[in-house]
Design a protein. Structure first.
Length: 159
């Protein structure tokens, strides 16, 4: 399963795959809580085990990439246009990965890419956007991702 987020954070010390992140790693926390609800404990304690969690995430055949490879700024429309302008290269990257399912994270990513990825016959699982789990959207992110899992729209494969 491939998760496609918008872009790396402005603060390079908060990147999803970095192990020693002490704050602001909302996406990593939200994904782990939603994908592993029975195993996730206290967030402060789980941050100490981030290396283990990242290995588990990859072992379970999950992967996260960014739609654009550098931090983005600008308003919603500018971000959508920037993501949309790089869609051809992103489709090539996704085809190389060959995921069985794709989840688009954030309204800008969904708006810019859903039609293009669908037209390329790539398996986008979420027809509606999944909000980014920051700035108060953590509950909505969790609920929507769990809804996709619980309804079978996302097929989690046992490791």
């Amino acid at each position: 399963m491939l998760f496609v987020a918008e872009a790396p954070p402005d603060a390079v010390d908060r990147y999803f795959y970095f192990e020693n992140v002490e704050q602001g790693d909302w996406l990593w926390i939200a994904l782990m809580k939603a994908l592993y609800p029975l195993e996730w404990g206290n967030t402060k304690a789980e941050r100490q085990r981030k290396e283990w969690w990242l290995r588990k995430f990859q072992h379970d055949q999950f992967r996260l990439i960014d739609a654009v490879k550098e931090p983005l700024s600008g308003n919603h429309g500018q971000r959508v246009r920037h993501i949309w302008s790089g869609a051809h290269e992103l489709v090539e990257e996704i085809n190389q990965i060959a995921p069985q399912q794709i989840v688009l994270i954030k309204s800008t990513v969904h708006e810019a890419l859903f039609q293009q990825l669908s037209a390329a016959r790539l398996p986008v699982a979420n027809g509606q956007y999944l909000p980014f789990p920051g700035s108060g959207w953590q509950t909505e992110f969790h609920d929507e991702l769990r809804r996709l899992i619980d309804t079978g729209a996302l097929q989690l494969q046992p490791a």
